[in-house]
Design a protein around this ligand. Structure first.
Ligand code: ATP
Ligand code: MG
Length: 494
């Protein structure tokens, strides 16, 4: 914008300046020429009267003295010469010989009128000389010729041109300064805005360090703020408002996402409810059985002790199941701590255990990550793994409907990647697999192929969110009717 303004301004100034110079030139030239013409004619009329007297008297010496005197009185007079009726020069103001170029100035011979012609004299270069020829007594006595230099015209024109050019130069400088100030006031906030817009990405919003545009980026601000606001101020204010609202919207989105993660978690707890009830029910039935037997035979201390041990074991089991579930269900907490993967996988397997047992799924867990610590939120990772295990259980169940003798397999494998900088967790099942046409939809929220009430379609999308929030990635490879592998890569191994 600065260069466009500058070039535009300079072009305008130069164009108008040139037009001005030409017009002024013309006006000065024509008015000075008129003036010089009248002056020359007037002077030559007066001089010719006196000169006629001298010629008539035949006093050539007096004539010479007279014309020399007249010439010395006016610097505009370049020469005066007097010729007789035949055109022979009888007196002139030149110190030496009469210049030859003056002889045939008025072509067509002498006449009775006042005539004007232009002469270029040697030694008086670049300046035209107006030669006025006046007949003395209608030419019967002779002719007087007056050479008036037009130097004054060229001098005046030169001065005017110089002044105008100087003015144009000053105008160019002023317009440059003007465009500089203007473009500073207009373009610097726009530059600021575009720079901020360019750097405004998800990361800066997430880290809450979005920048706001300022109208006057430097110290000039305090002075300029005293001026009334204009459209650019409105633009800057609206932009800042937009950035602020974007940040606010992101904060709201973050809250909504956290709520979604929690709701998804509660939904999966709902789907586990039957299994959990079953797992609590079995030891409970055992306890009730023990109580019934002890009541039947209250005297038998030895038997009672055996039953009490069994009851203790059963309550222990119940406690573990409930503790696991409560741990998993606890309120969302985003903090990441140094954890190891093994207990996370074990807990998720425990939560899904009933669901996996129901379909006789064989579980293999190969942990090659040993005791490596990495930064993560254990509860959220548990949620991800539980989602994947339940998906696998569902897929295997669906496959079993088509192939009843299938023995379901779920393989969990964890190992370090990239020389121990990242952790890979791989979950493989031999379930129904995902048809190609669904591959790019499975991560969409609410996409499900499961019956109404069985799946919400949030499992994978929430899991993906959690993994990405950890700076990791989740990749799903599947072959329809063969099985599925989900690969999770997590950074941050300590
Ligand atoms: N291991 C898998 N094998 C086969 N298909 C799968 C597997 N995991 C996911 N899918 C397919 O992807 C879809 C979406 O999975 P997602 O976990 O997001 O939702 P859902 O399991 O249907 O419901 P929710 O998990 O909310 O109860 C599933 O409906 C299923 O069709
Ligand atoms: Mg699911």
């Amino acid at each position: 914008l600065f260069w466009k303004f500058t070039i535009g301004m300079v072009l305008v100034v130069v164009l108008f300046g040139s037009i001005n110079v030409i017009l002024v030139h013309r006006i000065i030239f024509s008015s000075l020429e008129d003036e010089l013409k009248h002056r020359g004619e007037f002077m030559s009329e007066i001089i010719s009267q006196q000169a006629t007297t001298h010629v008539l008297k035949g006093d050539i010496d007096a004539l010479i003295v007279f014309i020399d005197e007249v010439k010395s009185l006016d610097t505009a007079i370049e020469y005066i010469l007097v010729s007789d009726a035949n055109g022979k020069v009888i007196a002139h103001t030149f110190d030496s010989v009469l210049p030859a170029e003056l002889l045939d100035v008025h072509s067509g011979g002498q006449t009775n009128e006042v005539r004007t012609a232009y002469v270029n004299l040697k030694g008086v270069e670049n300046v035209a000389i107006r030669d006025i020829s006046v007949p003395l007594l209608d030419g019967s006595v002779g002719y007087l010729r007056l050479g008036i230099t037009e130097e004054i015209i060229s001098r005046t024109l030169g001065q005017a041109t110089q002044t105008l050019l100087g003015m144009i130069l000053i105008l160019i400088l002023i317009s440059l300064l003007g465009t500089f100030i203007f473009s500073y006031l207009v373009t610097s906030p726009i530059k600021d805005i575009s720079q901020i817009a360019e750097n405004l990405n998800m990361q800066s919003i997430r880290e809450k360090n979005v920048m706001f545009a300022s109208r006057y980026p430097s110290r000039a601000g305090r002075l300029m703020k005293t001026l009334p606001g204009d459209e650019i101020d409105i633009l800057v204010a609206k932009f800042n408002e937009m950035v602020f609202r974007l940040q606010q919207a992101y904060d709201e989105l973050e809250v909504a996402q956290r709520k979604l993660v929690q709701s998804e978690k509660l939904a999966s707890i709902g789907s586990l409810a039957a299994g959990v009830a079953h797992e609590v029910n079995n030891p409970l039935a055992g306890i009730m059985n023990c109580i019934a037997r002890m009541k039947k035979n209250p005297e038998n201390r030895k038997e009672a002790e055996k039953y009490l041990d069994l009851m203790e074991e059963a309550t222990g089991k119940m406690e573990t199941v409930i503790k696991n579930l409560l741990n998993f269900a606890r309120k969302p907490d985003n903090s990441k701590t140094a954890i190891i993967i093994e207990p996370v996988v074990e807990n998720a397997l425990a939560l899904a255990s009933h669901r996996l047992k129901k379909n006789n799924i064989r579980i293999t867990f190969d942990n090659h990550a040993e005791q490596r610590y990495f930064r993560a939120n254990a509860n959220q990772l548990e949620q991800v793994l539980l989602n994947l295990f339940i998906n696998s259980a569902d897929a295997i169940e669906e496959m079993m409907e088509k192939q009843p003798n299938l023995s379901g397999k779920l393989i969990v494998c964890s190992r370090p990647l990239d020389e121990g900088r990242r952790l890979l967790i791989e979950i493989t099942d031999n379930g129904i697999g995902i048809p190609d046409e669904n591959m790019n939809k499975i991560l969409d929220p609410f996409f499900t192929t499961k019956a109404v009430g069985k799946g919400t379609g949030l499992g994978l999308s929430v899991s993906m969110n959690i993994i990405q929030e950890h700076g990791g990635d989740m990749e799903i490879v599947s072959q329809f009717r063969k099985g599925t592998t989900v690969r999770i890569i997590l950074p941050g191994i300590l």
